[in-house]
Design a protein around this ligand. Sequence first.
Ligand SMILES: [Mg+2]
Length: 260
Amino acid sequence: MNRKKETAIKAVLFDLDGVLYVGDHMIPGAIESVQQVLDMGLPVAGLTNTTTQPKSAIAEKLAGFGIAIHKSDIYTPAALAVRAIADGSAKLYVRDSLLEDFQGIRTTDENPDYIVMGDLGGEGYTPELLHAIFNAVMEGAVVLALHKNRFWQKPDGLHLDIGPFVAAIEYATGTKAMVLGKPSEDFFHGVCAALHVEPESALMIGDDIESDIGGAKEAGLKTALVQTGKYREDFVRATGIKADLLLPSIADLPDALNLL
Ligand SMILES: [Mg+2]
């Protein structure tokens, strides 16, 4: 059934982790909901602040679940970072697995123009590492933060994300990082442009009230908050941000699309 004419929505943007899956577990209804959107003739996109995996690995994971969002439909902050660095030099604090998305960038340990702060494996942002970044910024390096999330959901609970560490560098140096992932307006507008839709005709679905919903609203998109992943009722209320739709889970998307 083609219901495209019945909705003002012309494209659907999905946050991935917490919306379609949590860790290695797919959220029931994810396959069917994405397929329903495609069957309505609408383009889909996967927007993720994940900087632990290259696009190719994210695409493989989705394919493994049977979710029809392909590599060319996935948008990450790494590409924006590469564009910002251009022919400057950079010191990359990202997992080795993400390096394939930074091919062609000139990297250096000595006086880099840019410091890229992404998710790290191992012990992450240790005091020693933060000290090194602090000194580089004091000498003129600009921080490119792949995102600035406060915390994230792992199967064993909530964990500090990279935002608090980016904030620590900003506070210590009195400078502002350039934040490339959600909730950056440029990120949402870039995806809408790639899908050839106006922001007000796009629906962003997320589990993060600030990065997904707050960012998308600010950028002029319609929004749907799912009550899965990192969703916490108290936290949502405290932000004062209201999504256009509140969905128990992604399984409720098909019915809700007709309401917009
Ligand atoms: Mg999420």
